[in-house]
Design a protein around this ligand. Sequence first.
Ligand SMILES: C[S@@+](CC[C@H](N)C(=O)[O-])C[C@H]1O[C@@H](n2cnc3c(N)ncnc32)[C@H](O)[C@@H]1O
Ligand SMILES: Nc1nc2[nH]cc(C(=O)O)c2c(=O)[nH]1
Ligand code: SF4
Ligand SMILES: [Mg+2]
Length: 222
Amino acid sequence: MYKIVEKFVSINGEGKKGGELAVFIRFKGCNLNCSYCDTKWANKDDAVFESMTKEEIYDYIKKTNVKNVTLTGGEPLIQENILKLIDFLLKDELIELEIETNGSVDISLFRENISSKRLSFTIDYKSISSGMNKYMFLDNLKYVRNNDTVKFVCGSDEDLLDMYFVIKKYKLDLTTSVYISSVFGEIKPKRIVEFMIDKNLNNVRFQIQMHKIIWQPDMIGV
Ligand SMILES: C[S@@+](CC[C@H](N)C(=O)[O-])C[C@H]1O[C@@H](n2cnc3c(N)ncnc32)[C@H](O)[C@@H]1O
Ligand SMILES: Nc1nc2[nH]cc(C(=O)O)c2c(=O)[nH]1
Ligand code: SF4
Ligand SMILES: [Mg+2]
């Protein structure tokens, strides 16, 4: 049984599939506690959840008729038996699966067991201002593939500079998709673009969480 705090259809507001329809499955609980987390409610011990089997999750997804599936949370990769669910969902060749993960969990186990090109990891590199930087499992950055994404959610100039060194150290701009996001409302988007120009950051994309512009920024279920 998986602990699901919400499930909904929306457009993906972030990343490579940004603007496309996606069905979101949000799991309860996280091993980190980012200063800026917009889903703290989902990580609370007393968060209300629905217990669902992998078959029930699959049935829900199929009923939506949406092909892009995003597993998020909370932290999806710390959920009990998550590998079984990923494997089960990918048996359906019409499903394109994205996993939003916080960068603290070793993804190599998943890589070894699942070869599908329809699985894509979006791996956060937690910034200094998140307070969670020390928990990053940096080896993940050595093994990211070109259909994965590394996402830097920046809230300060210090975060931008640290991001720059990490991109260059791991040559992320040459090996994978890199997205820079602002901590919503925390740093001027213009500041990030200026930084990109200043550092000549090619092969890196800036994004703003679209769903927070379309709906109220604190709205859930979108
Ligand atoms: C809520 S997290 C859940 C998945 C996973 N725990 C993680 O952190 O990647 C989903 C995405 O939302 C981003 N996020 C959370 N709060 C945000 C905020 N206030 N502004 C911008 N992005 C935010 C996270 O950095 C992450 O990329
Ligand atoms: N619309 C929308 N797109 C998203 N992309 C990633 C999200 C997440 O919370 O992981 C998210 C979300 O919460 N809503
Ligand atoms: S890792 Fe993700 S879910 Fe956990 S606290 Fe950070 S942003 Fe929130
Ligand atoms: Mg979100």
